[in-house]
Design a protein around this ligand. Structure first.
Ligand code: CAA
Length: 246
């Protein structure tokens, strides 16, 4: 039986690389999507040539607590277990704080942070019961160092790090590890939509002088969920080309 990995935001920039990597590592990936992304998700699976025993698309709005509870309880029954959970779903609504609307704030907190409760809460007890499981939360360099124009995003991503450490303590004696991966600026559609002059200035500050590839991030996740990562918990692994060292 293949181990099952549930990945939110699975066909986005970083999520799709994590999905591919874990499929290549032998997992069955449950890839969540929201309705507007359905055609894109199907297209992506087709392009990759993945089969039904390698990937299953699951419609899930991670901002809806009741929907997550119902859908993920059913998923557990259908799949038997979820061995790995990667919380990847995230959005940006960048603006200087003085210009930020309440909607910009709430959208980012809901999608990037409240989603982590909504998705992890139905799954975590089953990992404790099974006495094994891996959770990886995709945070950001900007949740560690802060970023001009990202009070909402930095707050949500910093919140994920606190959540990771606290939940790691609750999972530890059951052999359930909880870690975070903190990407730097990564070549994804999210970063591509930044203002060119702002992105150029950031690139100039990266000691490795390049953006991360989505695969750089996926490799870190693959390590944390592999047997080699069994004794690592509560950790935030930065993959940022030296942009920020903490
Ligand atoms: N530090 C200090 N001051 C800064 C600054 C910085 N990093 N960036 C801009 N400023 C200053 C500017 O110099 C300018 O000053 P003056 O008015 O004196 O000239 C003032 O702030 C206004 O700057 P902008 O023109 O940039 O302001 P804006 O309101 O037009 O734009 C913004 C605001 C959209 C937030 C823009 O600054 C921006 O895009 N910033 C980058 C945000 C960012 O890094 N987003 C990452 C998205 S990708 C992602 O989030 C993935 C991940 O995990 C890394």
């Amino acid at each position: 039986m293949k181990k099952v990995a549930l990945i939110t935001g699975a066909t986005g920039g970083i999520g799709s690389a994590i999905s591919s990597q874990l499929i290549n590592d032998g997992f069955k990936v449950i890839a969540t999507y929201i309705k507007p992304m359905y055609d894109h998700s199907v297209e992506w699976v087709k392009e990759k040539g993945f089969s039904d025993d390698q990937i299953r698309l699951l419609e899930l709005d991670v901002t809806k607590v009741d929907e997550c509870q119902a859908t993920l309880t059913k998923l557990l029954e259908e799949e038997g277990s979820v061995d790995v959970l990667v919380n990847t779903a995230g959005i940006t609504r960048d603006a200087q704080f003085k210009k930020m609307t309440a909607d910009d704030w709430q959208a980012v907190i809901n999608t990037n942070l409240n989603s982590v409760f909504n998705v992890t809460h139905p799954i975590f007890p089953s990992m404790l019961e099974k006495k094994s499981g891996r959770i990886v939360n995709i945070t950001s360099v900007n949740g560690i160092k802060g970023q001009f124009g990202q009070t909402n995003y930095s707050a949500a991503k910093a919140g994920m790090i606190g959540f990771t450490k606290a939940l790691a303590l609750e999972g530890a004696k059951y052999g359930v590890t909880v870690n975070a991966v903190a990407p730097g600026y990564t070549a994804t559609p999210m970063v591509a939509k930044m203002r060119e002059d702002v992105l150029d200035a950031i690139k100039a500050e990266i000691p490795m002088k390049r953006l991360a590839t989505p695969e750089d991030i996926a490799n870190a996740v693959a390590y944390l969920v592999s047997d080699a990562g069994a004794y690592i918990t509560g950790e935030t692994l930065s993959v940022n080309g030296g942009l920020y060292m903490h």
